[in-house]
Design a protein around this ligand. Sequence first.
Ligand code: HEM
Length: 753
Amino acid sequence: MDPKQLAKDTFEKVVGRLAEKAAELAEPPVPGAPGVEPPQLEEPTEPRAPLPPKPDQGAPELRTATGTEVDAKPDARAQHETYLTTSTGARLRDTDHSLKAGERGPTLLQDHHLREKITHFDHERIPERVVHARGAGAHGVFVGYGNADSVCKATFLREGVETPTFVRFSTVLGSRGSADTVRDTRGFATKFYTSEGNFDLVGNNIPVFFIQDGIKFPDVIHAGKPHPDREIPQAQSAHDTFWDFVSLHTEAQHHTMWNMSDRGIPRSYRTMEGFGVHTFRVENDAGDTSLVKFHWKPRLGVHSLTWEEAQLLGGIDPDFHRRDLYDAIESGAYPAYELGLQVFPDNPEQVFGDIDLLDPTKIVPEELAPVQPVGLMVLTANPTNFFAETEQVAFHVGHLVPGIDATDDPLVQARLFSYVDTQLSRLGGPNFNQLPVNRPHTEVNDMFRDGFHQHAVHAGVAPYKPNSLDGGCPFHAGADLEGSFEHLPAKVAAGTKVRAQPASFDDHFSQVRQFWLSMSPVEQEHIIRAYTFELGKCYEQVIKERQLQCLANIDARLCSEVATGLGLPAPQPSIELVDLDPSPALSQVGEAWPPDGRMVGIVVDPDGDLSALSAVRSATFGAGMVPLLIGPHGGEVGGFPVQRTFATARSVEFDAVLLAGAPVPAPDALPARDAKAGAASSAAIDPRVVLLLEEAFRHCKVIGAWGDGVAALEAAGITEAPGVVRGGSGPDVLTGVQEQMAFHRVWERFPQS
Ligand code: HEM
């Protein structure tokens, strides 16, 4: 079957089932799901703010990752019952007043409820993750296509097998409360609750890593985190220690180049690729092994913010990515990602051509080894409780299932140690795999006993094997070993114990140059600006000069333009530059993508002509996009709910802006800016709308206007330009807008931001 059709059918199957489930539950239909009519127009559309408390949705196989007895038991504390209890179940009459000796007297030590309540509160926080502290999670389902069988016997990849998943997206450097849209790598960690135990694919949105050996992980993280004396800057790489590290450890240059590209500021978690980074070894039913790299490909394409958008969002909506993921799922615009494999023959050297597959600072270009789709994941439900799920989820690269094994990549080897070690202190003891979000959906019989937060009541007297007291010796004759996990037999290169790495790890620049040469002109421009900004924030001259030397070893123009921006001379390369073939797959520009789940802001004027509004909203829903009405005030306009007001809306939130009217400022509003020559007076249009349009235009978004909306466009100084669709009926304008949105931005209008 045509691979694109297979992905479409699988997506429609999963989403269609959710629509049926929604209908069964007599909930509002899921906008965007195939076959689902646009919602009742008088109903508020998503996202609402603030969202109401979540009702029990009664769909455990899709809603929760666990399906365990803990979830099944009603918990009075979570059910908003009519009475409260202590933690041991005694009913409380009053939780608002402490027990005192008289109304104005001192509080009594006897007040157990006061002490219990405050003590529990005092201990609510756990340590944040040492890296990737800021994150957002979602539940999903993965469906295998079956074509991976020829290389990998893992059951979750078999045709039609459905496996629940939990995904946590994250930034790396910032603390738990930091902003989402900073320039950084994004984590993309997936837990598959397979029938053979949990498989965790703990990846990033960048396919290479800063270091080649995990022993340097504390060093690179110390360099990226805030300076230890002042604890600034937060969630930034634009500071001396980061650039000191990456310019001294030139193996980091490849990852750094990806960070400086648009990949460092994704539009959304929904429009981000994911990479397992390391090479894994897989085995098929016949026992043949191959080497593979895992890729996640978002169904909506790979899209980024502009730098200015990212900065604005840091102030306007620091939760932008978290909110975007949550709202998209709530509104039925389910994020979907295809899992793909690059497959390489297993060979003793573990190389593919000239590329060392054990070096995590190298990619294998897709043009040399295509990414073959093997299944689709659809994120179908938000967590019910952030702490219980997103915060307590514990991923581990060692959570492998039969048919998949790690390789000798020295980075993954250190990771195999690090994750459980950090989780022991983060989650307060050794029993965190009993937490609902971490618990496998298979039976567990691990003979691990006791320890902090032990929830299981283990029966028996012989937690050791073999034994002759607890009825069985499963590892002896007759035991069912079918389907057990085994490390795949791979030859280990024998040698002397050394602290050293192979010579093949020494090339730190050729693939960085390849990335640079694969970018479109506008992407190259963004990269130059990013380096210039970041190095411009460094104080130490020697660090800037050393990084310029690295840039000279990547590309002369890149180096000279950044050097000009810094006011420094551009050095000559210290190595011979190698021109690898560019890899067009690395560029984000040029391909058309479906519009599903895109946010369309519609500016309305309560006093204007609203006749096309209903049809435009329906058509937007019908195309799988989310229309958000932007009005001068809250409440309703033309019978439709206003989701954003001129005070709360900024163009950065929208993928396209439509103008259904030309709202004038309120009579008592501050005077607007001067009218522009040759255009309608901007003073005639609410200045907040003018700002919205100016920004949308500057950020190269598609803009559409009809009726009076055209006058508003002109008031913002926007006339004929690529990506501006004006005139005709509202639905016609939407059709034109939708076609151009397929490319995410109007690239011809760059560079302007
Ligand atoms: C290819 C390189 C790497 C990738 C793709 C990667 C990815 C990730 C991701 C996605 C997370 C967040 C997991 C979550 O959402 O809970 C994470 C956390 C973490 N990583 Fe890595 N990482 C890499 C390298 C390393 C290395 C080399 C080490 C240490 C030797 C390391 C140690 C950690 C630790 C300690 C955490 C926090 C885990 C927790 O508290 O649960 N990582 N990593």
